[in-house]
Design a protein around this ligand. Sequence first.
Ligand code: NAD
Length: 328
Amino acid sequence: MSVLVTGGAGYIGSVTVEALREAGESVIVLDDLSGGHRAAVAPSVPFYLGDAGDAALLRSIAADHGVRQVVHFAGFISVPESVQDPLRYFVNNTAKVTAMLSALREAGVKNVVFSSTAAVYGEPEQTPISEEHPKRPSNPYGLSKYFVERILDWIDAAYGVTHAALRYFNASGATAARGEDHHPETHLIPLVLQVPLGRRESVSVYGSDYPTPDGTCVRDYIHVADLADAHVRALRYLRDGGPSRKINLGNGRGFSVREIVSAAERVTGKLIPIREEPRREGDPSALVADSRLAGEILGWRPRCSAIEDIVRSAWDWHRSCPDGYEDR
Ligand SMILES: NC(=O)c1ccc[n+]([C@@H]2O[C@H](COP(=O)([O-])OP(=O)(O)OC[C@H]3O[C@@H](n4cnc5c(N)ncnc54)[C@H](O)[C@@H]3O)[C@@H](O)[C@H]2O)c1
């Protein structure tokens, strides 16, 4: 019995693949490498270069490997890009997932762990945000994920295929061998670290007039290894017959953009100049998780929660390979 990991060559997927292997799982990766890296997946892991919406390919992978569970990371990830080109997001993040789920269900897959996002909530009415908070995505990216959450509910009701939709807040940090290498990079911590790496002169801060203590956006940063651990637990939970759940994964503490820049200055010992830019469309002011449900249901809690430890792990990885996986 195997676990198919779509998007397993990406940032969170590749760290999760390693965690699953360490937990003794048999893992297969499917990735089209539109945003991932072949070098992020160990050569000993069966790897298929292909599209998560390719039903024939999925049927043959499921049959050849006896796939019973899927972890679906594959997707596009940029909020600003989703605002500029929403159809690209609805096709890749929603329509292709329905094609995938249809093929995998026919092939006997019983459980789905789905990469959802804090972006399903939209502008929060209160923080920390619990799973019960209204879902009003303020950008096409968040909506593309929320559609899948609702589709998963109907698939459970009709066919008994259960799911854990894990709503990540901001994935961050690195392990010794795997880190964040997106082109273009849109996530704050790697962008900030490009300054001390000598790759950019300053970091842009989008909006300094939000209703937050220092006017910049507040986010909840969760270490990628902690996210990976939650996926291992979610697969076991579903395999043991646990009912479908939507589960937040965050640290429960928010840091503003300016606080992240300061943490990076302390970790790297370098000054990081800021460039103030206008707000970006679709950016909520503050997103901080209430992750108590993950503790209750999965027995999960973050182990690497200090912001300096998170930034340091990312810094160590970027220093070891300043050009990302090309250096590896
Ligand atoms: N990074 C975050 O902070 C964050 C937060 C919330 C949710 N998520 C979700 O987690 C998932 C993983 O995020 P990530 O940061 O690791 O992104 P990533 O871009 O590093 O990984 C996504 C992977 O999916 C692959 N992919 C994309 N479309 C595909 C397709 N149609 N077929 C096959 N492979 C495809 C890419 O090549 C890439 O390897 C995404 O679904 C993202 O929406 C990420």
